[in-house]
Design a protein around this ligand. Structure first.
Ligand code: XIL
Length: 372
């Protein structure tokens, strides 16, 4: 009898330990007495949510600390660049899956999902495509082949795709891209239909920046998505990139309202590329550095933490599916470049450049735990 109770207790302890840190890799010596580690992915899982980051695949290969934190803290990854058009189809009809495959292998080994990024964008296009002078029919064939080949390669492994990225400009006009010019406005619906044909199980997203709160651009995006849905275009969700600046915070309630109206269209919402620059947009453009004196830096980091809190809180309140950041360490942020030198100029992420957790990291933990 005593023995049976001990066995039940042991099994229950094992069950609760593994539930408390779902998906995290336990060392072989993990025992019933192991204390569950509080990780972002464990916390996100308790909200039935994904938490993730864009991945710099080069850093993943060279930097052990980067790989360790990535594997422990997140349950979804997005390739920062290696699945973009120019990287994956560098010559017409010639596909290079090497780097994408490396990321997928890492994700599988760490029980993470993968968000594919992206098929249709006006940037990161290969020269052969930009300079090809292709007819409408040729461009359609190129895009269909690209989407079909890549999706079939990653079928069952990459379960979410940003099919169309940034089709609308800052003023709410449709972006004058190679695709819009060459195919016409229908390129958006076509891309979603081809993607759905290639992998009917995959979740297909429209992804854009500056559409998190209410405003001209988010109204245009809302109307575009409503129109696509009303024509039966197989679109599953919308990605709100959420590239923000401490000087220009969003109203949390505004973001919640926008998320809810998108959900009322029957779409799922994800935050897909969050970072919070310590500089203004103009300072980034002109290559000006972030503040370096301790006092200004501390106050900037506190503002940054509040913005991370507000966006995750909005996400939780509006039941969005995922909270994904555009990197996790300032060491490799895409904003850490001023065009002139390679000095450290920005710090938009949740770990600093030597992997110390920043106030923004703690803000995310507290938000998940419901402590503000
Ligand atoms: C950026 C990458 O971070 C950079 O390394 C690259 O040079 C340019 O693209 N919106 C997007 C992302 O959808 O693909 C962009 O990524 C950042 C803005």
């Amino acid at each position: 009898m005593k023995y049976r109770y001990a066995t039940i207790l042991f099994l229950l302890t094992l069950f609760f330990c593994s539930c408390a840190t779902p998906g995290t890799t336990h060392s072989p010596s993990a025992s019933a007495t192991a204390v569950p580690i509080m990780t972002l992915r464990g916390l996100a899982q308790s909200h039935n949510m994904l938490v993730g980051t864009a991945v710099n695949v080069e850093a993943l290969g060279n930097d052990k600390t980067y790989a360790d934190i990535l594997g422990k803290q997140f349950n979804v990854v997005t390739p920062e660049n290696v699945m973009k058009f120019d990287a994956i189809e560098p010559q017409q009809g010639v596909y290079d899956f090497t780097k994408g495959d490396a990321l997928v292998a890492f994700a599988q080994a760490h029980h993470m999902q993968v968000r594919g990024h992206n098929f249709v964008w006006y940037q990161s296009l290969p020269k052969w495509l930009i300079n090809g002078n292709f007819t409408k029919a040729q461009l359609m064939a190129i895009l269909k082949d690209h989407i079909t080949t890549v999706m079939k390669h990653y079928k069952g492994k990459v379960t979410m795709w940003d099919v169309v990225n940034e089709a609308v400009d800052d003023n709410g006009k449709m972006i004058d891209s190679l695709w819009a010019r060459g195919i016409g406005a229908d390129y958006i619906a076509m891309a979603f239909r081809w993607a759905h044909e290639a992998d009917p199980q995959a979740h297909l997203f429209y992804n854009d920046y500056g559409t998190e709160g209410m405003g001209t651009k988010s109204n245009v995006v809302y109307n575009l998505l409503q129109d696509l849905k009303s024509h039966g275009v197989p679109i599953y969700g919308v990605g709100l990139q959420t590239h923000l600046h401490i000087t220009d915070p969003l109203q949390e309630q505004d973001v919640i309202s926008n998320m809810r109206r998108l959900e009322n269209l029957g779409l799922k919402v994800q935050i897909t590329e969050m970072d919070v620059s310590l500089r203004t947009h103009e300072e980034i453009q002109s290559g000006q550095s972030m503040p370096h004196d301790q006092q200004s830096l501390q106050s900037a980091l506190a503002k940054q933490a509040t913005i991370y809190h507000d966006m995750l809180d909005a996400c939780l309140q509006a039941a969005c599916e995922a909270f994904v950041m555009w990197g996790f360490t300032d060491r490799y942020t895409w904003l850490n470049w001023n065009g002139f030198t390679d000095t450290h100029v920005d710090a938009p992420l949740i770990y600093d450049e030597i992997y110390q957790r920043k106030p923004a990291f703690n803000a995310l933990v507290n938000t998940f735990r419901g402590v503000s």
